[in-house]
Structures are given as structure tokens and as C-alpha cells.
Design a binder for this molecule. Structure first.
Ligand code: BGC
Ligand code: IFM
Length: 811
């Protein structure tokens, strides 16, 4: 069952009922100011940091759900409704929500009045603009009372939701005309305030929630809206809000717009006040003036559209499969940009007050956005590297605002160091900008310890190399990619061992997954050494890699698949010797991607085992059989009920690893089948089962052991975004940036007769036509560049600004 449809021409997903199984959201903003907005107008806004600079309030895990938001109410002679249905839930005569690139348009119609709320964050400005267009579709004049409503957060969202003894007395506002200023704590420690304005004179306003909603009312039944007017309340403490009221008449057929803005302003401390207690509004007034007319808002919308056109033009596909095209051309890349902006901070599942930026997560995210924003990828890499420790290990997370390592979570996730190589190597393959390796970067944010980035990568590599266990496999530490596989944590904290509070590393617990990573990213490191004129170091690295590869093929091999790990007692995890958790997805994907066992047939066998034991109709589950009891020696993974999260859920993030691995063995049919099983556009029809947004990935889909098999959770902020795009663009379509140039090596379903890709690469534009006349799955027979046949399948680098015509014949 579907609740909307893709509108590819407008690059939108159009939702045609407000009663989606869960709120389906969009993200507005791409620089500093961000808003989350759901299909019924729920959501909130923040400036840069979803915890410390939360502008509007949002109650997570609320019942009823999704009540707080960017609200418009219409009181039409006693009938009260919202263009996005929530929070009054008054039945609408028609409803639609269009989620597009950085904007959302909600349209509701009731009794001949059409109200359209268009929300976006303009480029280069710290505000959200909401344009309300009201149309009287009847042939008689209509008089309406129209209200806006937001509830301010007292900035630090954590404090806001807990420190009430203080918060109920700090709230302050100022009102000037149609501009409502939220200035809580401005007198003291803040140098910023928020402003919620309208471009039209108000009839009345409210800034006290109690006045607007009523003490025992709420956003679903605000007293002011029911009364048909606000009471010009000025909040003193309690809960400051912003509400505008307009009493207006629409002639028959008439259309009127009101422009609202929610802005964030920072003032230098010396310029904070114009009179004691009166905030300096100059910057806010300048902002308000930038969006005073429809023409100005149209211009800002155009600039936003142009920005997205430019970003997405880095890679465009025409394959004849509309689902594939819409995912590759739009939604995969869009979700990758959202993970760039948000990391794992703010979604409808991440509260914005939890973790900061993940070292591992942000490195992997790079794989998905580096082609669109290489300069921003460059600075992201340098930020991440500066949180690394001198021994090559890393803080697992860091704070976006301070860029400092997060000491609470600490270190000891032994896969982290290698992801820095993965991200940096992807940047170099995309840009060829070797100067980044010479950038001086601090360790642990201590400038006195700064070393060139290349030295950071060296220490990443050497960390794994010098932390091997009894089988010659890398020590796992607290966990590897699988945060919940905690093989060392039981000893210090018996009984509460699932949390990552134990010692970072025991002497024997080892990870076959990190072995796969070491071979894959170690090889990428060795390649970099080669390109840097360090052949001895490259050879030395390869010797270390060969040993770990050997260990993976022997101690890491279980007979028909790769084992997952060895626990702190030296017992295998992910083995037929285990009663549960006999086979895991991660090492099969990573080891085969690394080419381990390709020559020996083990890779082939491992993927066969995945298909036989882990595949389901909704994707590949993480492990089988699911753990039915809690295991002290495994940790958090067994704390989840069977089929959920890391305990045999379909973890979307590592499904693409299997798809990539299949292409390494030339299995284009199977690679595409694996891709399609979790791919939003292909499963849109089961939106009632899947429940989360059908245009983006979720972190997890409940596995076959779960009573809710097929139900997704944690949409938007997941490494799945980057990995899927990386998989489909580089492994399946085979457009692969390498250190030497663009390589074309598709591995596609044999039924696909061909496709074309337009790819911007190092400043040139490549029009690549791939033909598959022999209906093969892999193999390139001939490549012509501007009409001339070339040797091999790496395209010669074209000067920036040039357009290159490429034809690739498979066979
Ligand atoms: C996982 C959670 C886990 C947490 C602990 C997350 O990445 O998805 O299941 O509880 O990490 O670090
Ligand atoms: O690898 C992690 C990731 O860092 C955060 N989400 C869950 C994954 C698997 O545990």
C-alpha cells in the first residue's frame, strides 16, 4: 500500500494523506540553519547544533505524536483547521504534502478555502521562510482568522527538557510590530536571539503559551484560535511562544500571501543592547527586509533550486529503469547530503541531544557526498583527523560545535582508525588533491602535536597492524563497526555489560571484520604510499596486509563462511560451533569486497552461504540464528529481541556490502537483486509494512525473527545512504574514481541493455554511454573516448571545463 507517489519531474515525493504510518519528514537547510518538517507540519529548527542552539521545542516520544511544529491555523467561522492537518486533525477536503529538495509544500483545502504553506531555508541565511498562500475558491467574500504558532526552546534542548526549576523563570521576549523576539538568557550568557516575524501587520499576537493555548489546552485546541484572536500576551518566564493573528477578508476568487520568517541572529557582545534590556535588532531587521516580498522569496527559492541542480549534476543516470534513475539521480544523493549536514544528530529518531559526530560514521558518509562538495569534504576530513590520538586510535565521537573529541564515549572502537583511510582515499580518488596529505593536523586537538595528514593515515594503518590477537587477527577493542558486539566488556561491569563502559581492549578478542577492513583500506593506504613515492613503505604495508589476509582465510574461516570474531575466551563468534549467531553478514561483505578468498573459492562460498542463510524477501539479515538469550560474552547485541537492530535485523547499512561483494565476483544479477530489496523506490508499495519514509533509507528493517518483519526504524541518518550510493554508482554502474582517473567497470543485471551516466569529475564532464549487447553481467570489451579506442578502461584525465564523450561496450 502507498500513501503518495514520486513526482520525478519536480523532484518531489508527494504524500496524499496526512495519515502516514509514521511522520514522514524532510530536511530544510544546508549550511547553518536547519529545520525538520513532517508531512503534517511537525518538526523543529536549530542553528548548527541541535542540542545547544535549539530554536523551537519538540517533544520526542510524545503522545499524540508530532504535535510541535511550524504551525498555521485557520478559524473559518468557527471551523478550525490546519493546512497540514495536524495538530487539530480537522478533516480536510483535500490535502497534499510535497517534500522536495530543501523545501516542503503543504496544501490543505477546506470549505472552498485553499491554504498552502511553503517552507524552506534560503541559501546563505540563518532563517526559515514560510510562505502562506490563501485562496478563496468560492464566489463569495470570506472572512477568516489566521494564526501562526511556534513554541520556543530555551536554547539548550537538554536543559530545556529537564531543568524546569530554572527554566520557568528565564523566558523573555520583545515584540515590535509583527516581529516577535525570543531573547531568553540574552541578558546573561547568550549572544544570540531568535526572531519570528511576519511581513503583514498583525491584528493581535501572543508570546505566552498559556495565553495562546490555555493552561489546560494545547496545540490541538488553542484557546486563542478558538476565540478568534490573541491577547497580546508578553511572556515572563514559563513557555515563550510566537503567534501572529490576522483577521482578513478574501474576496471571491482572491489570493493573498503572508510571509513568515523564523531567524537566528548573533550579535557581537559589545552591540547586544540598544538600551538597558532592549536587544539590538539591526541584524534581524536587515534579515526581515530580505524576505519582505513574494518576489524576494521567489528569488530565494530559485537560488535554492539552482544550488541543488548544481550539486546533483555531478552524477546523473539514464538507465530506462525509472526507479533506479530516481534513486540515483535524486534521493540517494539527497540523503547523502542530509547525512553530511546532520551526521547522526537530529532526526525523528535521533533527539539532537545524544551523540555528536561519529568518527566512523562521518568518515563513511564521505563516500556518498565527496563528489558533490569536495571542498567541504576536505575540511570535514581535517576536522575528523584532528580528533585522532597519537597512537592512531580515535575518539569515537566529537562535538560539531567545538570539534573536540567526546570524552564521555571515549575511544577503543578498533575499526575507527581505518575508516579515516577509507574517507581520505575516497577524497583523493575524487579530486586528485594530494595537498591534503601535507596539511598539518593536530592529534587530540593539540596543535603542538600536529603532523601532516599522511602521518595520521600511517598511524591509522599501524594501529591495526600493532594490535593483533592470538590468531593474527585485529583486536576488536570495545567493538568494531557493530557497536553492539562487545566482546571485552563483561569483565569490569558484570550485569550491565551491554553498555560500552568496559575496558577498551582485552588481550584476545579479535575481529574478522576488521581483518577485512585492514586488507581493503590497507591496500588503499599502500596505493597512496605508491603515489607519494614511498615504494618501500607500500611494499612493507602489503606484507603486513598479506599476513592478516592469510589469518582471515584460515583462523577467520569457518568452512563455508567467514567467522565474525573470537571472544575474550578465544571462542569463535559466527561459527557453526555456536548454538546461535552462527553466521554474520559483516565479514562476508567486507572480506569479499577486499578480495579475500577470491582466488581460493572461499569468497564465492561465503556469498553463497549469505544467500542460503541470511537472505529474506526484505533484505539480508545481520546474523542467524538470532540470539534468543542475553550473552554476557557478546554484550549489547544480545540485549535486543530477536530480529531487531544488530540482533538479526536487516541492517540496511551492510546490505550494500553484500551487493558490492557480489560485483567483485562478477554477479551483476545478484548484486542488483540485493540492492533492490532494501531500496526505497522498489519497496514503495509496501509502505504500510515498512512504515518509514519511502524515499529514503532507514537504519534498520525488522528481520524475519521479529513479529513485525519488514517494519523499518531510524530513517534518514544512517551510513546506508553513503554505502548504497557508493554501491550503485561505483560497483554496479561501475563509474569508479581512481587515483589515476575515472574507471568504467560496470557489473549490472544481464537484462539491462545499457545506460548513460553524466559525471562531473575533476572539473570535466564525461558523457558515458555503456552498451551491453551480449547481455553480460560484467566485463568491458572496448572503450572509446571522443571516438578513439583506448587501452584498458581508465579514462584519460580531461582538462577542467572539457566535455568528453565516452562509449563503453561490455562483453
Ligand atoms: C547502535 C545502537 C547502540 C549504540 C551504542 C548505535 O550505533 O545502533 O544499537 O546501542 O550504537 O553505541
Ligand atoms: O556502525 C554503527 C554506526 O556507527 C552507528 N549505527 C549502528 C552501526 C552498527 O552498530
Amino acid at each position: 500500500m502507498k500513501f503518495g507517489h514520486f513526482d520525478d519531474a519536480h523532484r518531489e515525493y508527494v504524500i496524499d494523506t496526512p495519515r502516514t504510518p509514521l511522520p514522514w519528514i524532510n530536511y530544510l537547510g544546508s549550511e547553518d540553519f536547519f529545520s525538520l518538517v513532517s508531512n503534517t507540519g511537525g518538526g523543529y529548527s536549530f542553528y548548527r547544533d541541535a542540542r545547544l542552539r535549539r530554536i523551537t521545542r519538540y517533544r520526542y516520544n510524545n503522545s499524540p505524536l508530532d504535535m510541535d511544529g511550524h504551525r498555521i491555523y485557520i478559524n473559518d467561522g468557527g471551523t478550525i483547521w490546519n493546512p497540514g492537518w495536524q495538530p487539530t486533525k480537522t478533516e480536510l477536503d483535500s490535502y497534499s504534502c510535497r517534500h522536495g529538495l530543501g523545501y516542503t509544500i503543504l496544501t490543505g483545502e477546506k470549505n472552498g478555502i485553499r491554504a498552502q504553506q511553503e517552507l524552506f531555508v534560503p541559501r546563505g541565511d540563518a532563517c526559515e521562510i514560510d510562505r502562506l498562500t490563501l485562496e478563496n475558491k468560492t464566489d463569495a467574500p470570506r472572512t477568516l482568522d489566521v494564526f501562526s504558532y511556534v513554541e520556543f526552546c530555551l536554547w539548550d534542548a537538554m536543559d530545556d527538557s529537564s531543568n524546569f526549576q530554572r527554566n520557568f523563570s528565564t523566558g523573555e521576549v520583545e515584540v515590535v510590530g509583527s516581529a516577535i523576539y525570543h531573547k531568553t538568557e540574552y541578558r546573561e550568557r547568550r549572544d544570540h536571539y531568535a526572531v519570528f516575524w511576519a511581513n503583514t501587520p498583525v491584528t493581535s499576537f501572543d508570546t505566552s503559551r498559556d495565553a495562546f493555548c490555555g493552561v489546560y489546552g494545547g496545540p490541538a485546541e488553542p484557546e486563542a484560535v478558538k476565540a478568534g484572536h490573541c491577547s497580546n500576551s508578553v511572556a515572563h518566564g514559563w513557555a515563550p511562544v510566537g503567534a501572529h493573528h490576522f483577521h482578513l477578508t478574501l474576496e471571491a476568487g482572491e489570493t493573498k500571501t503572508i510571509l513568515f520568517g523564523l531567524g537566528y541572529i548573533e550579535n557581537p557582545v559589545a552591540e547586544k543592547f540598544t538600551a538597558p534590556g532592549v536587544i539590538n535588532k539591526a541584524r534581524a531587521e536587515a534579515m526581515i527586509a530580505r524576505y519582505a516580498t513574494d518576489a524576494q522569496v521567489d528569488e530565494a527559492r530559485k537560488a535554492l533550486a539552482a544550488h541543488w541542480d548544481d550539486l546533483l549534476s555531478a552524477l546523473q543516470l539514464d538507465s530506462g529503469d525509472e526507479k533506479l534513475d530516481r534513486m540515483v539521480n535524486l534521493w540517494h544523493q539527497y540523503q547523502c547530503m542530509v547525512t553530511f549536514n546532520m551526521s547522526r544528530s537530529a532526526s525523528y529518531y535521533e533527539s539532537g541531544i545524544g551523540r555528536g559526530m561519529g568518527f566512523r560514521d562521518s568518515c563513511q558518509d564521505l563516500l556518498g557526498f565527496v563528489h558533490m562538495i569536495p571542498e567541504r569534504a576536505r575540511s570535514r576530513i581535517l576536522d575528523i583527523a584532528a580528533t585522532q590520538f597519537e597512537d592512531g586510535s580515535a575518539y569515537h565521537q566529537y562535538q560539531p560545535l567545538t570539534k573536540k573529541g567526546n570524552r564521555d564515549v571515549g575511544t577503543g572502537f578498533n575499526d575507527d582508525p581505518l575508516w579515516l583511510i577509507a574517507g581520505t582515499a575516497a577524497y583523493l580518488r575524487e579530486t586528485g588533491d594530494y595537498s591534503i596529505l601535507d596539511e598539518s593536523v593536530a592529534f587530540d586537538n593539540d596543535e603542538s602535536k600536529a603532523q601532516p595528514l599522511m602521518e595520521h593515515l600511517r598511524r591509522s594503518f599501524n594501529f591495526t597492524r600493532t594490535h593483533l590477537g592470538p590468531h593474527g587477527l585485529p583486536l576488536i577493542g570495545r567493538a568494531d563497526w557493530n557497536d553492539c558486539l562487545n566482546l571485552n566488556c563483561f569483565s569490569e561491569h558484570p550485569g550491565e555489560s551491554f553498555q560500552i563502559t568496559g575496558p577498551s581492549e582485552g588481550p584476545v578478542a579479535e575481529s574478522v571484520f576488521i581483518a577485512g577492513m585492514f586488507v581493503k583500506y590497507g591496500e588503499e593506504y599502500a596505493d597512496l604510499c605508491g603515489h607519494r613515492g614511498l615504494p618501500d613503505e607500500a611494499a612493507d604495508a602489503r606484507a603486513a596486509i598479506a599476513q592478516v589476509e592469510q589469518a582471515a582465510l584460515t583462523a577467520g574461516w569457518d568452512g563455508a563462511w567467514f567467522r565474525r570474531a573470537y571472544d575474550a575466551f578465544g571462542k569463535p563468534v559466527g561459527s557453526k560451533e555456536c548454538d546461535e549467531g552462527q553466521i554474520f553478514i559483516e565479514p562476508q561483505g567486507m572480506c569479499v569486497m577486499a578480495g579475500i578468498g577470491k582466488e581460493t573459492g572461499q569468497a564465492e562460498q561465503a556469498l553463497k552461504s549469505v544467500e542460503e542463510r541470511l537472505d529474506t524477501k526484505y533484505g539480508v539479515v545481520l546474523l542467524q540464528p538470532a540470539y534468543t538469550t542475553y550473552r554476557l560474552n557478546l554484550g549489547e547485541i544480545s540485549s535486543y529481541p530477536p530480529g531487531y537492530k544488530e540482533n538479526a535485523g536487516i541492517f540496511c547499512h551492510n546490505n550494500p556490502w553484500i551487493s558490492c561483494a557480489e560485483t567483485v565476483l562478477g554477479h551483476g544479477d545478484r548484486a542488483f537483486e540485493v540492492y533492490k530489496k532494501t531500496c526505497p523506490a522498489y519497496i514503495e508499495d509496501i509502505s504500510d509494512i515498512h512504515r518509514t519514509e519511502p524515499y529514503v533509507y532507514s537504519q534498520m528493517v525488522a528481520g524475519k525473527d521479529a513479529p513485525t518483519f519488514g517494519e523499518a526504524k531510524n530513517s534518514w541518518l544512517t551510513g546506508t545512504a553513503a554505502w548504497t550510493f557508493f554501491n550503485v554508482s561505483q560497483y554496479i554502474l561501475g563509474v569508479q574514481p581512481t587515483l589515476d582517473g575515472l574507471k568504467i567497470d560496470p557489473c549490472i543485471p544481464h537484462t539491462l541493455p545499457g545506460f548513460t551516466v553524466t559525471r562531473r569529475y575533476r572539473g570535466a564532464v564525461y558523457h558515458i554511454r555503456v552498451e551491453n549487447p551480449a547481455a553480460v553481467q560484467k566485463g568491458v570489451k572496448r572503450v572509446t573516448v571522443n571516438g578513439k579506442t583506448i587501452e584498458g578502461n581508465v579514462l584519460p584525465l580531461a582538462p577542467a571545463g572539457e566535455t568528453v564523450e565516452v562509449t563503453v561496450v561490455m562483453g
